[in-house]
Design a binder for this molecule. Structure first.
Ligand code: COA
Length: 381
């Protein structure tokens, strides 16, 4: 017999405020911490590889472990399966305008097909899959950009992911300062507890499905503008407003039309996103005296108005979009870069879910038609 039907008083729209599980990977209580470490030193002094190792293994790596890990990630980036690259090349020819997020989702799904998992649920095999995905994802992103601009995929450069990916996307050697701030964005984007995409990944993993299926679902969830897609929308918004004088009227229009302003608000942080504060300050320092400074004037004004009118503060996507723009990256790679970073969080959560699993299957409150009798097709008007 089914459990008693829940009443509508029992449900929280969008699961707001619902505790849906336990995790040892990340906490948002007071400030953001990965495995107990405050986000600030991780973001300013740590590398993406260190943080990805920390999320996957629970502790910071030794230098030796970090170096080996970095080498394995670079090897995975260099060694994309030929079948996947050939299929991407064909797809890039057919659909060069496709969303880069769709290309990444498809690429990861194809990896799941060609890299057969013979040891489902085995911890060591899951960690090896996670490592490969961490290297393969930025390589697929860079290859897709090459393929859709008429180039054959260039070789994956030496060095850590932040430097190598930036170099591939910029098609030039980035400066140490550029690599540093780009690396900070990867660390800040790496993990965020039970956000929509991570929850999607955990839900898929909870059914006993495989790593690649869980990650493919997560990429689909991240694409939405209310989640990761917001960083691309932020730059569209800044471009649409154009000048500081237009800010007031534009914001007024959004409120009147009951539209959300991208890059503001958060389900969990109601008093501001610690990551946005950190990266916002770095972004302002980075663009001082450059062409991108004009955008900061616009951004400051929008921030002030959002605070005054709605008491809303920026989330991480707000400064991240401006940093990527200042680095000269095209808008279409902003959310895919988020995928590269969050791969560390997603794979850690999939492994954690599998390690202590119960299928995720909530209830709903029925709000449809009252019980009624079936009418045979011939008898229907
Ligand atoms: N612009 C304008 N109003 C906003 C807003 C925004 N960015 N974010 C929230 N609000 C409003 C809501 O409409 C709601 O108003 P109401 O009480 O009149 O209905 C109120 O603020 C409270 O919002 P809340 O219900 O707490 O938001 P949520 O938790 O359901 O949604 C987001 C969280 C992130 C989806 C939402 O803030 C949003 O859409 N932000 C823009 C997209 C974005 O930047 N996403 C990236 C998130 S990291």
């Amino acid at each position: 017999m089914a459990a008693p039907a829940p009443s509508s008083a029992d449900f929280a729209k969008g699961l707001a405020g619902v505790v849906a599980g336990r995790t040892a990977i990340c906490s948002l209580d007071g400030t953001l911490r990965y495995r107990g470490y405050d986000i600030e030193p991780l973001a300013t002094a740590g590398s993406f590889e260190e943080v990805a190792w920390l999320l996957l293994h629970g502790d910071l790596p030794t230098k030796h472990q970090r170096d080996d890990f970095q080498g394995r990630l670079a090897a995975a980036a260099r060694d994309l399966p030929t079948a996947v690259l050939e299929a991407l090349a064909r797809l890039a020819q057919e659909s060069p305008q496709a969303s880069v997020m769709d290309a990444l989702r498809t690429g990861i799904s194809m990896l799941g097909l060609v890299e057969r998992d013979d040891t489902p649920g085995n911890q060591a095999a899951l960690l090896a899959q996670a490592e490969r995905l961490l290297g393969q994802t930025p390589a697929i992103l860079a290859a897709w950009i090459d393929l859709t601009t008429g180039c054959s995929p260039a070789a994956w450069p030496d060095g850590p992911i932040a430097k190598a990916l930036l170099q591939r996307l910029m098609r030039r050697e980035p400066s140490p300062a550029e690599v540093a701030i780009f690396g900070t964005t990867l660390v800040l984007y790496a993990e965020h507890e039970f956000n929509a995409s991570t929850f999607a990944a955990r839900t898929v993993a909870s059914t006993g499905s495989d790593m690649h299926s869980a990650i493919t679902a997560a990429i689909g969830a991240l694409k939405g503008p209310l989640h990761g897609g917001a960083n691309e929308k932020v730059l569209e918004v800044l471009g649409e407003i154009g000048t500081p004088e237009r800010v007031d009227a534009w914001v007024h229009e959004q409120f009147a039309a009951k539209r959300v302003v991208m890059g503001f608000g958060h389900r969990v942080y109601k008093d501001g996103d610690v990551r946005a504060k950190l990266l916002g300050a770095m972004c302002r320092a980075m663009v001082q005296g450059t062409e991108a400074e004009g955008l900061e004037v616009l951004a400051d004004r929008i921030e002030r108005i959002m605070l005054e009118r709605k008491a809303l503060k920026p989330n991480l996507d707000w400064p991240a979009a401006r940093v990527y723009h200042a680095l000269g990256l095209p808008v279409k790679v902003f959310t895919p870069i988020f995928v590269v970073a969050r791969m560390s969080g997603w794979t850690s959560h999939v492994i954690e879910q599998i390690g202590d699993n119960r299928i995720i299957r909530p209830l709903s409150v029925y709000a449809g038609a009252a019980p009624r009798d079936y009418v045979p097709l011939e008898a229907r008007g």
